[in-house]
Design a protein around this ligand. Structure first.
Ligand code: GP9
Ligand code: MN
Length: 617
């Protein structure tokens, strides 16, 4: 018997080694992306995901070793990409994102910062086992008869499909629509394992590509009906307040709300923003809602009030779509419209996307004298100084959209940021960030003061907001330590994902604090009310005239200002107490209903429906 076992082992040693290595790598990656210990059902799903590959190996004979080696190489390379992508985006890469490969090249500066030699650990065995391939002819393995090999194939693939099928159907029960919208890729990978996630992504990508070629008339009518009820206003606060006035929107890189009215080592972090917030209408429960497109998603939502792409960046996936964007709406009112950003025009595909958005002009890197760099490129100081000179030449009324750059992850240009004593946070990511945002605050203060001195503020509305978080989840312990946070739940994390947003009116009118739970999806409807813009295809609310506090995030989390639903752990929190609460039938219905919002927005963009709607007028 022992000899028989030994013979079975020796005749299948290649498959056994492959299985052990790949299982170990997938378990390791599961640990990296999951905040919790790996449950047995996830382990089962991960093992089941490998079985179809093993089953093919059982069928093969002389090509088996090469097949297993290539499978190991492909899986390991994919895990390396997954590791790096997760470190930058806190997400799992998808085929659509890979197909927008320039998305990754665009953020090289940050991604390079994150790449560590340890990320390539998954390829170590591939290198070590390579000689086996060279000398494979010397490895004698006795293969079973074809009947036995086919039976083994059928048995192993059946086990894999059954276990995988059960895992997928249980997740589908728990979060219907999730597996089609792929709205929460991380949750899928944390539930089924990253290999199963990639198989699902492949299936969705190919079926989406096919699906996007057609949409039913019934679905189109459903979306139209949804959009018609979206624009019910409950009052007329600030309606028409912006008529004839210029609009200057400033999107600030990595401006996270915790720095506002905050100090470090006795030094005020953002004295200028604090000062201007006190003269403006400030929204202190304003959340960023970006997905993989980060900065570009913030722009996209702020200009369109449509959700970011479920995979990749809207600025790649939807370039060429007909949009009802703010630049177009202002163009139609006779405004001059311009985007301004002192960085490479092709970054985030802006050059092409700004044409789709409808800006009359885009002042990118080549429109600026790159006379000083701080952080990723042109310094905020030089960018804003040069921008004000351009703005002074604009035909009025104008709408201009500025994006700052210097306070960009990993905030390591501390020399460029100048001296700012962060005390014990010196040489930490948090300390570097505080230096960076303190620098940007100073430049914004100078810029806004100059707008005032030049008389521009008298006839302009100025909007300032942050694009997304500064401190990533991987370093959130530094933020919690700085904020003396003891209870560190998912809700804690989310409540720190606010960005400051304030609107300054001429003569400091309408100053105060608005506590409505809102987000970047709500900016366009709020401005449309002030400038009488005829919006029809937006998903956000007019913050000044709403009776809801509803915010939906791309990965399926949502809040109504009282309860916060966190999709990646399928958990509800009471915001006031910070405690988890059970799912009620009402909350379950809301959870399912909100995924409709995401899929409506996706259909409008994937099928370019605004073009159809406008064309059918
Ligand atoms: C570059 C800047 C940074 O143009 O907008 O983009 P991000 O890396 O923050 O998405
Ligand atoms: Mn950004």
């Amino acid at each position: 018997m022992r000899n028989r076992t030994k013979l079975i082992f020796l005749n299948n040693v290649d498959i056994i080694i492959f299985f052990i290595l790949v299982t170990a790598k997938l378990f390791h990656y599961a640990k990296i992306i999951s905040p919790y210990t790996i449950q047995y059902n996830l382990k089962l799903a991960i093992i089941a995901s490998i079985l179809p590959i093993i089953s093919i190996a059982f069928i093969l004979t002389k090509r088996r070793l090469v097949f297993l080696y290539i499978a190991d190489l492909i899986l390991s390379s994919l895990l390396v990409v997954d590791m790096i992508y997760f470190k930058y985006y806190k997400d799992i890469i998808s085929i659509r994102a890979i197909s927008n490969s320039v998305l990754l090249s665009g953020v090289t500066a940050s991604v390079e910062q994150l790449i560590m030699p340890s990320d390539f650990i998954y390829l170590v065995d591939v290198a070590i086992l390579f000689p086996l391939i060279i000398f494979r002819k010397r490895i004698q393995i006795k293969h079973y008869s074809s009947n036995v090999r086919i039976s083994l194939f059928a048995l192993v693939v059946a086990i894999g499909i059954i276990i995988d099928g059960l895992s997928i159907s249980s997740l589908n029960k728990q979060q219907p629509l999730l597996l089609t919208t792929m709205s929460n890729k991380l949750y899928i990978a944390n539930s089924l394992g990253v290999l199963n996630y990639h198989m699902l992504d492949l299936y969705n990508f190919s079926s989406t590509s096919i699906k996007n070629t057609k949409i039913s008339t019934q679905r189109i009518e459903e979306i139209k009906a949804f959009l018609n009820k979206e624009h019910i206003k409950v009052s007329e606060n600030l309606s028409g307040e912006g008529l004839g006035k210029n609009l200057i929107v400033i999107q600030v890189e990595a401006l996270q709300q915790f720095v506002i009215n905050s100090e470090v080592n006795g030094n005020i972090i953002t004295p200028n923003l604090n000062r201007w917030i006190n003269k403006s209408l400030y929204f202190d429960n304003y959340f960023y809602q970006v997905a993989a497109g980060t900065t570009s998603d913030a722009e996209f939502m702020s200009m369109n009030s449509l959700y970011p792409a479920e995979s990749g960046a809207a600025y790649y996936v939807y370039v060429g779509d007909t949009l009802e964007s703010s630049p177009k709406l202002f163009n139609n009112k006779g405004y001059y419209t311009a985007a301004m950003h002192g960085y490479a025009e092709g970054f985030w595909n802006r050059e092409s996307m700004y044409k789709t958005e409808g800006f009359k002009n885009f002042y990118g890197e080549h429109s600026y004298n790159i006379n000083e760099t701080v952080g990723l490129g042109l310094s905020d100081k030089s960018f804003l100084n040069q921008s004000i000179e351009k703005i002074k030449t604009f035909k009025q009324p104008y709408y201009t959209f500025l994006i700052t750059l210097s306070s960009h992850f990993p905030f390591n240009d501390t020399k460029g940021y100048g001296n700012f004593d962060v005390g014990k946070y010196e040489n930490t990511l948090l300390g570097d960030y505080l230096k960076g945002i303190h620098y940007t605050d100073e430049q914004l203060g100078n810029f806004l003061d100059k707008l005032e001195q030049e008389g521009i503020m008298k006839n302009s509305i100025v909007v300032v907001y942050g694009d997304h978080y500064a401190i990533p989840n991987t370093d959130v312990s530094q933020l919690y330590e700085f904020e003396n946070v003891t209870e560190q739940t998912d809700l804690t994390w989310y409540m720190y994902q606010k960005v400051p947003m304030f609107i300054h009116f001429p003569n400091d009118n309408h100053k105060g604090v608005n506590h409505t739970y809102s987000g970047q999806m709500d900016l366009l409807p709020t401005l449309a009310n002030m400038f009488n813009l005829p919006i029809k295809y937006t998903f956000g609310k007019d913050i000044m005239n709403t009776n809801t506090q509803y915010i939906l995030f791309r990965e399926g989390s949502f809040t109504d200002g009282k309860v916060f639903y966190i999709s990646w752990t399928n958990t509800y929190y009471d915001i006031a107490t910070g405690k988890t609460i059970a799912e009620t039938s009402e909350l379950k219905m809301k959870k399912e209903e909100i995924l409709n919002d995401l899929s409506y927005s996706d259909d409008i963009l994937n099928h370019n429906l605004i073009k159809k709607f406008e064309g059918s007028k």
